[in-house]
Each structure stands twice: as structure tokens, then as C-alpha cells.
Ligand binder design. Sequence first.
Ligand SMILES: NC(=O)c1ccc[n+]([C@@H]2O[C@H](COP(=O)([O-])OP(=O)(O)OC[C@H]3O[C@@H](n4cnc5c(N)ncnc54)[C@H](O)[C@@H]3O)[C@@H](O)[C@H]2O)c1
Length: 441
Amino acid sequence: MNKRDFLKSAATLASTAFIPSVGWAFPKGKKLRTAHIGVGGMGGEDLNAFASHKSVDIVALCDVDSIALDFAKSKHPNAKTFSDYRILLKTMVDQIDAVIVSTPDHTHAPASLMAMDLNKAVYCQKPLTHSISEARQMAQMALKKNLVTQMGIQVHSFYDYKLATLLIQSGIIGKVNCVRAWSPKNWGYDGTPPKKVAPVPANLDWNLWLGTAKKHEFKEGHYHPGNWRKLIDFGCGTLGDMGVHIFDTPYNALALDVPKTIKNECRPPNGYGFPENNKVTYIFPSTKYTSKELKWVWYDGAGAPAKHNDLVLPDNEELHEQGAMFMGEKGKLYLPHFQELPKLIVDGMYQELDVEKFGLGKPVRDYESESKKHYYEFVDSCLGKTNCSAPFSYASRLTETILLGVIAGRFPGKTLHWDRQKSRFIEKEANQFIGSSYRDF
Ligand SMILES: NC(=O)c1ccc[n+]([C@@H]2O[C@H](COP(=O)([O-])OP(=O)(O)OC[C@H]3O[C@@H](n4cnc5c(N)ncnc54)[C@H](O)[C@@H]3O)[C@@H](O)[C@H]2O)c1
């Protein structure tokens, strides 16, 4: 089934006429009624964060795993429960204002597009989608329908990242010519699909978990929970996991669009799991914060990052496990991931930074309150009080960039050229990986 048919069937499911339910006209004093799709794992954290906002009413919960669903229900006894998000959206279309999508990546777009088609505001976990065409479609639909949207990259709203953005945009290191970013995490898998058909536990609806993805035989612990990240039909590897968080600040600070070329130096593809180590080099067109071109190098997997002069710290200090380094005309800015202040390095020495002069006040080190900001920004945007800082218009470009690196992993060592206008690679053989086909389920 293609996406158009998928949405058509969503539209017939929901017979209610078009009524914009969120935005500037949201009635004063009314609570935002949220529906949560995926309430285990990160979905549980998302649920707690939204529930802590005084203007939120949790009205619907959906999970394909009854253990996760029952646990969420025990905390929100008044919410209605579902295992199929299509049924949730159909039956509760008039009783919800916003939908939170916290499922594995392959279900982000199918669930979010259906919710947006029904004029709901959507908070969708990162990476925005599993394919580039889905990311573009999400941004287009949000724009066309003028919906409040936010991607779940909560560190986007943390003090240190906002500060790094302001520092870079203030020109503290001049025009930036290169960014190096890294994570030693490994969401790769060099194995084959499970051969034996294993019984699906009674608490899991495997068909609904697979959703629009190709049929796979179930194996305990192999996909659900969490390990789907390693597999190309469901996740986006380490780039889609840590990459999105660590890319976000340089991407935002430098006001980047999508890259012109992409090269991934990794092992040959096996058609099933992602590479264990990726070194991705992107070249971006210039912006007002960069030199003529910007080179961006991403390293992941054990041993990341590879040694490089740009990554040498004063007194040969050890690099943080994950982070990003901006190289500029006047020095470099080091941004450890996370809850660490950015550090300015000039001529191989750390420089004092008067961080409070950037208007953000004193540094905040409280994860609990910091992480709520991003969620609250979404709620308050739905209530017409502010705007989201990671709407789908932004999130789709960032996700497209991430996914270009993932696709380049299918062609190790080869430089791919991306035509952003046509949404096509010059290298025709890569174009088959831009979209996704949907299984009827
Ligand atoms: N922003 C962050 O810091 C952060 C951290 C972790 C995960 N994430 C993102 O959150 C999402 C979920 O990751 P996770 O680690 O929690 O995965 P997980 O596999 O641990 O949990 C996913 C939950 O969704 C449920 N689910 C799966 N398919 C569903 C469907 N079709 N309908 C309803 N429920 C469904 C599962 O049963 C499970 O409860 C991913 O997109 C991931 O990238 C974000």
C-alpha cells in the first residue's frame, strides 16, 4: 500500500469533518487533551513529562504491548486504552487535541501523518521519520494544515545547547569551516534475520508492532524493545539514535540546509542490520555562519572518534565520550554531550566565557526541569502562548540529513551527490532508498 492509500483509509476511518482543533484559536482555560502512541520506554518518559503540565489532560493511551499499556493505565486510570493507533484516532477524533508518537522509528510517520490528517498537533520522537520522503511529507502536511508540531529532541531546549547556538551565532569563533561530532555507541548489527519462528508472547501484538513494515518472524529480544534500532527495516542505526541529538546544535546554530554530498566509510551493507562503525563526511552549502562550504564529519561505534588534530584539547585532556567540535576562523568551540557548558579554545588554550551575558541567566544543571522545557513548549504552543523551536519544518531537514548519511552506508566509501530540489541522488542506484513502501496490516 502506498502512503496515499494509507491516508485515504485513515480519512474514511475518521468521518468527522475538518475542524482545526489546535493553534491560535485554542479556547482559553481549556486543557490540551493528549493521546499517547507508544507508552513504554521513551514513551513512558514522554507521558510523565506531559502529565506534569497543569494544562494537559491525558485522555488516550495506545501500546501494542499490554504490559506497557497496563502500567501507563495504572498511572492514568481515566484514559481510554488501545492497541491499534488507527482505532484510537478513529474513535477519539473529537476527544483529542494533540498526539504524542513515541513508537519505534518505522511507525513515526504512519501514525503522525494519520494524526495530522485529522488536524491534530503532533509531538513525534526523533528521528522524525524512517525515510526521507516521509520526512518531507510530514513537513508539508504540517505546513499545509498549519499545525503545531515538535520533534522529541528535548536537549534542544537545554541551557548548554541554547548557549552554544548563541555563541556560534555571535561569531565568537568567526565563520565555521568544519564540525566534527561523535558517539561511541553502536546500534549496528552484522547478522542475519532469525530463522526459527518463535512464539509471540501473549502481551505483544506482533502484527501491530510491525505495522506498515515488511513481515518479519518474531524473536524474543531481537526487535522489541529497543533493538529494532539496529535493523534497517525499523530503525536508523546510531546516526538516527545519538546522531540526531548531537547533530542538532551545530545544525541549528549554523542554520544549515541539507548537504550537497555525503560519504559514509563503513563496512559493506548486509541488507539487514546497520554498520557498527560509521564515519560520515558531509559537505553543506554555505550559510551566514559558515565559510564557503562546511565540512561535517560524524564518527560512531567503538573507538569513535578517530584521532584528529581538530579534536586535540588543551593539555591533551581527554575528550568527553560524546560531543561536537566547531572549527572556526578564530578558534574552536567544544560542546560535550551533555549537561556541560560549551568551551572556547583559542591557540590551544581554554578561554574564559562570561556565559551570563548571552541572556540565558545562570547555567542550569537540573535534568528534570531542563528536559520538561521542550515538552512544555509544545503544550504552550498548542495553547497559543509560544512557538515550538523544533517544528517539523526544522526536524524534517535535520532528519533528511541524518538519513542521507544512513543511505550512504549502503555505498561505503562512495561520495553521493544530493539534489535537494528534486529530492534525488545523482547516483541513480541510491534513489531506491529515499522512500518507503507500506505493508497493509
Ligand atoms: N528523545 C530521546 O532522548 C529519546 C530517547 C530514547 C528513545 N527515543 C525515541 O523514542 C522512540 C521509542 O524508542 P524506545 O527506546 O522507547 O523504544 P522501545 O522499543 O523501548 O519502546 C517503544 C514502545 O512503543 C510501543 N510500540 C511499538 N510499536 C507500536 C505501535 N505500532 N503502536 C503503539 N505502540 C507501539 C512498544 O510496545 C514500546 O512500549 C524512538 O523513536 C526513539 O528514537 C528518544
